[in-house]
Design a protein around this ligand. Structure first.
Ligand code: 15L
Length: 300
């Protein structure tokens, strides 16, 4: 049985994945925080991925890494720099030094969030991040590409939508992925013999998808779920959103400076969403500027 390290294992996505993969792999779960839910036979190692010596310790002796750890939403640059840039580099470099070939990098729909909702994009489009968080995910994809080309590592990037038992709003009807579909995609990422460097979209087989996910299909992905079965319920409770955010695949990430952290550290309250305008001295001018900034000049 393969040993798989999951970083960020205490978060929502990590917990869904550990539940789905229990018994299938020898899981080494790692996080800065303790695990709220534990599954039989899964080992826990506390680690701060911003510390290189920690990443060297947790990547020793594993067959594959699923690197979920990091800041999972838009927020202050300092946090993103340390968790998603330095932390991501540490995990790749530590894996390389420990001879771990296969890395699954859960990137995000926010790496391409500034594509419009009337566009269908595939894995070959130029990244259009919608946030500093999105930029950090593009960094991870680029780092994966470097480590594949330069060091022969096998890197599987999954641009995840929203992992949840059910879609929570209209935007998520297009980007939802069920925990069991995520587990199927992760299993392909661990097992497929021909992974060198791949980008796929981590979404279920949603009728409203914005993605041409043929690269995932080529590798054998056959999603079992479709958000459409929840559509009537979701749309019935949908409230009108920000008109700018509504145009783009990334939604509120295209206008917000901070998004509440869905999984704040213990003792730290999640931040309230903050619009770009909140940083300006003149709220009205700030709002106009933020809107102008959030409108891309070109359409790809
Ligand atoms: C993400 O990349 C985040 O990690 C997750 O918390 C959700 O906000 C998701 O995107 C989304 O777009 O719904």
């Amino acid at each position: 049985m393969k040993t798989v390290l999951i970083t960020g294992a205490a978060g929502d996505v990590g917990t869904h994945l550990r539940r789905e993969l229990a018994g299938k792999y020898r899981i080494r779960a790692s996080d800065l925080r303790g695990l709220k839910e534990r599954f039989k036979g899964q080992q826990f190692m506390r680690a701060d991925i911003a510390e290189f010596k920690d990443t060297l310790r947790i990547t020793r002796g594993v067959d594959a890494v699923v690197h979920l750890g990091g800041h999972s939403v838009e927020g202050p640059w300092e946090g993103i720099l340390s968790a998603n840039i330095i932390g991501c580099y540490n995990v790749f470099e530590a894996a390389r030094r420990n001879g771990v070939k296969r890395i699954l990098f859960p990137t995000s729909n926010h790496a391409t969030g500034f594509y419009r909702r009337d566009q269908t994009i595939d894995h070959r489009v130029y990244p259009r991040p919608d946030s500093r968080y999105g930029v950090s995910k593009v960094f991870g994809e680029a780092l994966g590409s470097l480590y594949a080309d330069k060091y022969g590592m096998e890197v599987f990037c999954m641009r995840l939508g929203n992992v949840n038992p059910a879609p929570i709003d209209k935007r998520r009807l297009s980007i939802w992925i069920s925990p069991r579909d995520l587990a199927q995609l992760v299993t392909i990422g661990i097992e497929h013999p021909e992974v060198r460097f791949e980008i796929v979209y981590g979404v279920s087989g949603n009728a409203r998808s914005w993605y041409d996910n043929s690269n995932a299909a080529r590798l054998g992905y056959r999603p079992q779920d479709d958000a459409e079965m929840h559509a009537a319920q979701v749309l019935a409770r949908e409230k009108p959103g920000d008109p700018v955010a509504e145009q783009y695949q990334g939604g509120v990430f295209v206008v917000a400076e901070e998004i509440p952290n869905p999984a704040p550290l213990p003792g730290k309250a999640g931040v309230k969403p903050r619009r770009a305008a909140a940083r300006s001295t003149s709220p009205r001018r700030g709002a106009a500027k933020a809107r102008a900034r959030s409108r891309p000049r070109r359409r790809r």
